[in-house]
Design a protein around this ligand. Sequence first.
Ligand code: UT7
Length: 317
Amino acid sequence: MKILGTGCANPSCVVTNQMLEGFLDTSDQWITERTGIKERRVMSSERLIDLAVSAANKALADAGVGVEELDFIICSNVVNEYATPAMSCMIQGAIGATCPCLDINAACAGFIFALDMAEDKLRAGKADKILIVCAEEPTRMVSWEDRNTCVLFGDGAGAAVVGQGDAMKAVKLTTASRTDVLYQLRRLEPTPYLQGDHSFAPLVMKGRDVFKTAVSSSTADIKDLLARTGIDSADVKYFVLHQANERIIDSIRGLLGEQPEKFPHNVERYGNTSSASVPILLDELSREGKLQKGDILVLSAFGAGFTTAACIIEWTK
Ligand code: UT7
C-alpha cells in the first residue's frame, strides 16, 4: 500500500474558547492549559456528508485518480444522522463512484484500522485503488451543558486515496474492551416487549483514565513498531498522532525522548475530530510542503473501545 493523495474539509463555524465561556462554567485558561485547544470547528449550515464528499474529492484530485478507478471505499465514522444506510454509500453516490463500500467504527483509531484493511485488500489483489474517508461529528454526541466533554471536540473529515506500493512498513492494532471509560448510549425506538432500562445519554468520558491509557498504549505501540522494523526513531520525520489533547501528545513525546518539532499538531485549531484527526493533519502537512518523498512517518491513534492503532509509513508522493 502507499498513499497517493489526501484531502480534508472542516465546517465553517469556528467556536473559540471565549465563545464557550459565554454559556459554560469554563475558561479559555482552563481549556488551554489542560488541552492546548483554542478553537474548534462545529457543524452549522453544512452536513457531515458535505464534508466527507469535499475531503474525498480533494483526495482524488491530489492523487490524480478518477472515481471510475476506485475499487473500494472505506468510511470511518462513529456517528452521523443516518443509522442506515452507511455513510460510505452516500459518499459513493455523491462522488459518482460505483465500487462496493462499507463503514467501520474503530472510534478515533479508525484511519489506521482503515489503512490496514486497505493494505489487506491490495495485498490480496482484490483492489488497486481504495478511497478512505474519515468523517466525524463528535460535537453531536456530547451534551453542550457538560464542560467535561463538549470543550474537547470538533467536527471534520479527512480522506486518503491508497494504491499498490510498499510504503506500509509495519502496523499494529489493539482492542481492549473498556466500555466504561468512553461511551455514548444512543436512542433506539421502543418496542412493546423491551425489558430493563434502555436509557440513552450523551458522551460519558472518564478523562483521566482515557488520558493515562492513551499515553501508555500509544507509546508502547510506537516503541513496538520501531523495534520490530529496526527503524531508528532518529530517522522518523514526524510522529503524526491523534489530536485529542496537546498534553497527551507531549507526554508521549517525552516518553519517547523526542524533540517537539517532530510532533506536528493542529488540535489547537480543530479540537478532537475523532478518526478524522490523523488524515486532516497528514493532509495539512502535505499541502504545506512539509512532507518529502522518502520521509518516514509514524501514525498513532487511540479511542473508545478501547482501540489503539499505529503504523509506520514511507511518504511516497
Ligand atoms: O479521543 C479520545 C478521547 N478523549 C481524550 O483523549 C481525553 C483524554 N483526557 C483528557 O484529555 C483530560 O483528562 C481532560 C482534558 C478531559 C481533563 O484534564 P485533566 O487534567 O485530566 O483534568 P482533571 O481530571 O485533573 O480535572 C478535572 C477538574 C474537575 O473539577 P474538580 O472536580 O477537580 O473540582 C472538573 O469539574 O476540572 C473540572 N473541569 C473543568 N473546569 C473548567 C472539567 N472540564 C472543565 C472545563 N472548564 N471545561
